[in-house]
Structures are given as C-alpha cells and as structure tokens.
Design a protein around this ligand. Structure first.
Ligand SMILES: [Zn+2]
Length: 414
C-alpha cells in the first residue's frame, strides 16, 4: 500500500513536471541565429591540453532549433542502429530505424537557450561542434563546404544521439569498439554518439577534439575513396589503412584545435591519452613489431600517431612558408590520388589482400610495413614538391625502413 502511494505521488510529480516544463519549453520563441549555452572548446593551456567551459555560443548553420536541423547536419535521438563491424571509431552500420526529434528541454533567458537536462546539453553541444566545423572549414582546412555536401546524402550529415545498438556481425568483439562512444559511419556519413560512460571527464559527445576526429574520418573517406564508400573496397579491412585513417583523423582534429593531445580532456586512463598525443610521443614503427608492443598499446592507432606526427613535424619545419591550412589542403589533395597510385604498384611493393590468420607475427609485421610504405610512397609523390625534403625526413624518422621500406622510398623519398 505504501509503495503504491509513493509510486502515484512520483507519477503526479513527473506528470506535473512534464506539463509545466516539458510542453512549455518547446514554445519559447527564438529565431536564427540561435544562441545556447554549450560545452565549448575554449583553447589550450600551456601544456597543450584542451580547455572546455560552459559558454554561450551562436549557431551559424542551424535553421530549426527544436528539431536540431540545419544546413549541414540533422540530429536524431534514439532509434535502433544495427552494426556489422567496428574498426577503431569507424563503424559499418547495416541499418537504422526509428529515431525521434531531439525533444530538447530548455529555458530561454535573454534570448539564449539554457539546457534543463544532461541530454539536451549534450545534444546542443555536439550539434554546436559540427556547426563550428562547417563555419570554419575553409579557414582551417581549405575545403569549401559545398564540395563536401556533394557527397552527403541529401547534402547533410545525420548525427544519431544515443541509438540502441544491435550487433549483427559474427564473432567480433564489437562492444570493445564502441566503448569510446563516438564514431563515424562512412557508408551513410552518419556521426554516432553513444551513451555516456562514467570514465569521461568532458563527455566525448560534446568534446570538440573528438567530434573533429570523427569528422576527420569523413574527410579521409572523402579524400581516399572520393566520398563513395564501397563495402567491398579492399582497404576497408586493412590494418595499415585503418591506422593511417585514425592518424589522419587526429591530424584533422589538430588542424581545428591546435592541440595534439586528442583524448586527455575526456579520457586520461592508463597510457591511452599519452599514446595519442602525437606532439609528445617518441616511439617509431619498429617499436610496433611485437604482437603486444610495450611502447604503444593501442594497435593501429599507434601507426596512425606516426602519420599524424610526421605531418605535424613537416608543418613545424615549414611553418615560415606553409600554414596549417595549406598543410591540411595539400594533404587532402594528395590523399585523393593515393588509391589510384597504389593500384599501379607491383605486388613486391604492395602485397595483395590476404587472410593473415595463418601468418606469423613477423610476416604480418613485414606485410603491414609494406602496405604502409606503399601508401607513404603514393602520398609523397602526390604532395606538393616544396614539402618533399621535410616530409621525407619526418617519414623516414618515424617509420624507419620497416614502415617505409627502401623499395617504397625509391622514386619518392630517395
Ligand atoms: Zn577514429
């Protein structure tokens, strides 16, 4: 009897709260450009660590506030996402169904929306990060938004906020892949934001460094595969290319934030944040030879950090003449030509697609090194000639002859 009463009083409280606040909130009138308090990236401290604060920001590409719909992005909440496979923060999604409007809960004070719950704050913040990316895209990486829209379904991305996940793939530990709760799905250009985990400081979904990293996967997909994702493309499941893609994504994050310390603001456990800070790490490709390398434990992300570090060091060396924007655009344009250039390389330089499960660790490492080297060769050959000396010096230092073999250097960095 007692519990019955308690339940009813709770129900009434809830119903009253929804009636008084839930319905009313949607009727606040605001007009574009919309303003809201979001979790915003505010710069970096003396150690290069990104700083975040709750701050009022103006959305520049959002056209319907309550639906979180705008020129480049539409957000959907909930729904059911079926996932086939996960590689790092890249997800192969099979289907998505359902999904509702965001159901934002907020109050408006002096024309600015103030969130009334965590989900609203997270959704507004995540939306704002993409709004900020598109508002500064040309200034930061030299790419015009309309060029990217041409490869997007209906000209815009969709962001899924906390969808229910169903795994369809056989035998793979997909849950490990989604524990970092932000991902990108190249097939449909969707950004995925999963449930918040208790280990995050700045929620990953609202972290500008993480959103720009996921966005970097879209730019890689736009560059390397011309935005036309093909599920059968041989590079989708190749360790070396997965790593290079991750490193490129960190490089794009740095292009937007100027911080190489990608994860520390959100996750600072074990050595994960240290390993990803490509401005500070010192391991090289040969250090990844063992099946469980001591120097870096994050699998293909480690290879990625070497690529990001090489681009970063090239920019440091050339900073008098090559801006960060020039470097980003030149890198994107070179990657656009890599797949074709790799297609004409001999098998001695670029091993064919293979099942590596029966190979020894040494054979796998040699094969991964050749594939990495083939990509680097194609990249250098298509990068601006003025970068060559410094780019080659950085690549040789970070990849050595195991990740950038002599054969691949011949005609590119010899
Ligand atoms: Zn990633």
């Amino acid at each position: 009897m007692t519990s019955y009463k308690v339940r009813w009083s709770k129900f009434y409280f809830l119903a009253a709260a929804i009636f008084m606040t839930g319905c009313g909130e949607h009727k606040f009138s605001m007009s574009a450009p919309y303003k809201a308090v979001v979790l915003a990236f505010t710069g970096k401290d003396a150690n290069g660590r990104a700083e975040y604060a709750l701050a009022e920001r103006t959305f520049r590409t959002l056209t319907n506030f309550n639906e979180l719909d705008g020129t480049y992005l539409s957000l959907r909440r909930g729904g059911r996402l079926t996932i086939k496979d996960v590689n790092g923060s890249l997800v192969s999604s099979e289907s998505f169904s359902g999904g509702q409007s965001p159901d934002l809960r907020y109050q408006v004070k002096s024309g600015t929306a103030m969130s009334l719950d965590y989900s609203t704050l997270a959704m507004l913040s995540a939306y704002y990060q993409v709004d900020e990316i598109y508002s500064t895209l040309e200034e930061k990486i030299g790419v015009v938004p309309s060029d990217l829209q041409s490869v997007l379904p209906a000209g815009k991305h969709t962001m899924l906020f906390e969808p229910e996940i169903k795994i369809s793939g056989p035998g793979r530990d997909v849950s490990a892949g989604i524990k970092l709760n932000a991902a990108y799905s190249p097939a449909d250009k969707k950004f995925l934001l999963f449930q918040r985990s208790p280990i995050e400081a700045v929620p990953l979904a609202a972290n500008f460094q993480v959103v720009t990293h996921e966005y970097g996967h879209f730019i890689f997909d736009y560059s390397f595969q011309a935005g036309k994702y093909d599920a059968n493309n041989r590079w989708n499941d190749e360790w070396a290319l997965n790593g290079l893609n991750e490193g490129f994504a960190d490089f794009i994050s740095w292009s937007f934030t100027d911080s190489t310390d990608i994860l520390r603001s959100s996750i600072d456990i074990d050595s994960v944040a240290d390993e990803r800070d490509f401005g500070k790490t010192t391991f090289v490709f040969q250090d990844l030879a063992a099946s469980e390398p001591e120097a870096c434990k994050s699998d293909f992300y480690c290879l990625g950090s070497l690529f990001a570090r090489s681009l970063y060091e090239t920019q440091q060396a050339l900073k008098a003449t090559v801006s960060k924007k020039d470097l980003a655009l030149g890198t994107i344009n070179a990657i656009k030509k890599c797949q074709e250039a790799m297609g004409s390389m001999p098998e001695t330089m670029l091993p064919p697609k293979a099942d590596t499960s029966s190979m020894s660790r040494a054979e796998i490492f040699e094969r991964d090194g050749k594939i990495t080297g083939a990509f680097l060769r194609a990249f250098v050959q298509n990068a601006p000639a003025a970068w060559k000396v410094d780019l080659c010096s950085a690549l040789k230092k970070n990849f050595g002859t195991s990740g950038f073999p002599e054969a691949a250097r011949d005609g590119s960095c010899d």
